[in-house]
Ligand binder design. Sequence first.
Ligand code: PLP
Length: 419
Amino acid sequence: MDTVIYFTLLGEGKDALQMKISKRARNVSPSLTLEITAKANKMKSEGVDVVSFGAGEPDFNTPDFIIEGAKKALDEGRTKYTPASGTLSLRSAIAAKLKRENGLDYAPTDIVVSNGAKHSLHNVFQAITDPGDEVIIPTPYWLTYPELVKLAGGVPVFVHTSPEDDFRLTADELEKAVTAKTKAVLINTPNNPSGAVYCEKELRRLAEVVLKHGGIYVISDEIYENLVYDGAKAVSIASFSDEIKQRTIIVNGVSKTFSMTGWRIGYTASNAEVAKAISGLQSHMTSNPNTIAQYAAEAAYGNLEKGGEFLGGMVKEFDARRKLLMEKLDGEKELSYIRPHGAFYVMVGIKQCLGRKYKGRLIDGAHAFAEALLESKNVAVIPCESFGAPYFIRLSYAISRDDIAKGADRIKAFVNELC
Ligand code: PLP
């Protein structure tokens, strides 16, 4: 502390500033994704015709019946604190959803509602991770996971999955990665960014490995569970037995299923002990998530007919866009992709393009590819270095069909101009 003041007084501005920032905060990696997105947004605001494949959220309006739920809550004066872990009525609606859709029995007290699934994940790592604990994260992964693990003092352990397995973690790979320090394994199905969906058999094998070892949790991120195609079905690993359910912490929410990303409602479902720990932490860190948004989420889970109708329409449209994008990519031999069966992303391999040049500029990685593509063809894509997949870019098809067609043509033109 004294040293900090000493440097500050000496006016060594940069060093002094660095010393005031915690190691924890400095340890968080900056997001390359945000850099590209910010650049694309700036170009758009300057009137440039940018096609952005960067979207991480459905481009549909939140359905009216959900908005009505929020309005009703306001009209009824529901503008006060709720229990820190969410209203009993919302937690009961989530428990009913888990029973109905996933065959899982949870009491409302096993559920903690938070400010989006991202916040739920943060709570989970804070609740279960001690310094040095390892969390197994299969690649490719959503870039936030390792940062949240590090924030909790844990150590992300990446296990590289292969395109031959459609980027799904195998039981053997998991077995090899487990050590005495393993605290949890993260399973994200359907996966962001690969769109991979684990089948029941694969998940059962993973569950067997987990149960063989004591003290390992499964963190099951099921946020894209309803966005599946080609007859795929997202299965929750928790549904196989009571034993594995006890070890699983489900993370889910309304963001993707009901196009409610801005409402910030996510939840965990877990054993009572973990739920109590999460609830205790949350009670000090944020208190309850926004009360009005909780009532909106309750409306979302409560109206099966309208919810189903909305979701059916959205999935149908995403599926058509997914097919259109794949069609456009087919036949472009410089670009490869593994057919995605879930979420709204296609992960495209660009390895063939590496080492080549665009107008004298070396393409030496996904970030360089994305930067050159944006600057030359006005197309924004997400480089997957920070998703643990350095030779890939992620294209989101949560954009219009016209934009998909236009953007894909521009990508092809870019690749053909590489030399
Ligand atoms: N998990 C995954 C895999 C995601 O892709 C996202 C958002 O993009 C989230 C969780 C977070 O969702 P929320 O908006 O509810 O915080």
